[in-house]
Design a protein. Structure first.
Lengths: 105, 412
């Protein structure tokens, strides 16, 4: 098990950097994780997605796919890619401190 | 007291569920099946149609004729379902009350969700083989195609039969070689995944096969727009083509979206992956592609779900809690061209691995063989005569067999 330090707190993460325990995440850790994945500034629109990711995870036990996000987060798929250029579902999940979304099979 | 089971959809899942339930339930339980048309399409055959290996006529049979006697068949669309009132509202105005509802309306293609996909190039330079008219049109198009760049693209997951787009590439390689024009045709496979397939061991085998057959692989490509001669990803990459074969995004049936509390944003129905009971109501069960469960949308899954579904429906009718559990068992033949095929067999917990199926002496797994190709061809017969009537395939258990498989502990 790997650990990382965000906002002064050591947290366990998976090999690919995703949180293994979403309970350990705090909002003040998000900007530091964002910088790691190449997003310098978290805007209000980013936060709308991050908050939505956490709510979805709490309800369903897995993060939503990009298409689900586009349909229900209030942010279109096009804008999601502008906010999180290298893959909104993965990046937003990582910044939101939830495990890597289970892909489809 | 008389009870009523209503089954929505008369495809693979609805038909086999109805036939299995009719066998085990007494005459005091009525079974109604609803579908909007009478054409039951053998969907695995759609892959072969564009290459002239089957005909549209061979793939279609009557829906009601696949049902046993004493099953009430209604040909009409579903308007919506009220899960609190236990009522189905049909497009012809009928209202069907139910004790148990089985959702089996599958997945539907959503080309409308991708910018430009259904534009002027749809049916000209942009095709699909995921429905009967599309596959038939593509046969004509391919027959005229003798040089240029053919791109096969999966827009988004989940899709029905996630190996079919790869099979299309393998068969296209074979098809153009047979016609002597393979050197003039570029083949490209474009996927949103980070590899040829979702599961690591199978992904390695399948990407090896793509390379061997000279098919270029483009990964992590999320198609945002389709123009008459290129795919454009959301992150601004462009893949040009002369002919595109696109697998559109999928969603559940439209009526699911009109039924409060039942579906997810894509109109699939959230379902317990083991009991097959919907999360919205203990009187609503889901079989096949309609379910939002973490397994492939495939006929084999639907078949293996049948036994579990029927047991749990019967228990519910008797006021008992579900006790049968589905393990996610999936079994797919992967046609690789030149009369050969691979076979993969997996479940929720075990990824496809090499070995033999269903036991140490059996069909080779994750490896090309003629035997697997014959298995794939034989499956069409089994589909109409064993799967749909709701019988078991001799020697093939509902739960995934582990004997014969080289599981990770042994391969390490």
């Amino acid at each position: 098990m790997t650990t990382k330090v965000y906002a002064g707190t050591e947290v366990p993460v998976a090999d690919d950097g995703f949180f293994t325990d979403p309970e350990q995440w705090r909002p003040d850790m998000a900007p530091e994780i964002a910088v790691e994945v190449g997003i310098a500034d978290l805007t209000e629109r980013h936060w709308q997605v991050i908050t939505f990711m956490r709510r979805e995870y709490a309800e369903k036990g897995t993060g939503p796919t990009v298409r689900m996000l586009g349909k229900s987060s209030g942010v279109s798929v096009k804008e999601l890619y502008q906010l999180f250029p290298k893959g909104p579902a993965k990046l937003a999940a990582r910044i939101a401190g939830i495990p890597k979304p289970r892909g489809c099979i | 007291m008389d009870k009523h089971v209503v089954i929505l959809g008369a495809g693979t899942g609805g038909t086999l569920a109805a036939n299995r339930l009719r066998r085990v339930l007494g005459a005091d339980v009525r079974i109604s099946v609803v579908d909007q048309d009478d054409d039951h399409v053998y969907q695995p055959g759609l892959l072969f149609l564009p290459f002239g290996l089957t005909t549209a006529n061979e793939l279609v049979r009557s829906r009601p004729r696949q049902l046993r006697g004493a099953i009430d068949y209604r040909r009409t669309a579903v308007e919506h379902v009220d899960i609190d009132q236990h009522r189905v509202f049909l497009a012809d105005g009928t209202v069907l009350p139910y004790d148990v509802l089985v959702v089996a309306t599958g997945a539907r293609l959503r080309p409308d969700e991708t910018d430009g996909l259904t534009g002027p190039a749809w049916g000209r330079s942009v095709h699909t083989f995921y429905d009967l008219p599309g596959a038939a049109a593509l046969e004509t198009e391919l027959a005229d195609f003798d040089h240029g760049r053919l791109v096969v693209n999966v827009v988004d997951l989940p899709i029905k039969c996630p190996v079919a787009p790869l099979e299309f590439c393998f068969l296209a390689d074979w098809y153009f070689r047979e016609r002597g024009v393979r050197d003039d045709v570029e083949l490209v496979y474009v996927t949103p995944l980070d590899a040829a397939f979702t599961k690591p061991v199978a992904a390695r085998a399948l990407s090896g096969l793509l390379a061997e057959k000279g098919v270029e692989l483009v990964t992590e490509f999320n198609t945002g727009e389709v123009t008459p001669n290129s795919l454009i990803s959301y992150d601004g990459r462009e893949v040009e083509f002369d002919l595109a074969v696109v697998v559109p995004a999928h969603g559940g049936a439209a009526w699911v979206g009109r039924s409060p509390g039942l579906g997810d944003p894509l109109d699939f129905v959230p379902t317990d992956p083991h009991t097959l009971v919907s999360t919205a109501s203990q009187d609503v069960f889901v079989i096949g592609d309609a379910a939002a469960v973490p397994t492939s949308k495939a006929g084999s899954v639907t078949h293996f779900e049948g036994e579990v579904l029927v047991r749990n429906v019967v228990r519910r009718l008797n006021g008992e809690a579900p006790d049968a559990s589905f393990d996610g068992h999936t079994n797919c033949f992967i046609e690789s061209g030149f009369g050969k095929a691979l076979l993969i067999d997996f479940n929720y917990d075990t990824e496809p691995v090499p070995g033999h199926f269903p036991g140490p002496v059996g069909l080779p797994l994750l490896k090309e063989s003629r035997l697997n190709h014959l298995g794939k061809l034989m499956f069409a017969w089994l589909y109409w005569h064993v799967l749909l009537p709701g019988r078991e395939i001799p020697g093939i258990p509902t739960a995934m067999p582990t004997t014969g498989k080289r599981l990770p502990e042994e391969t390490r």
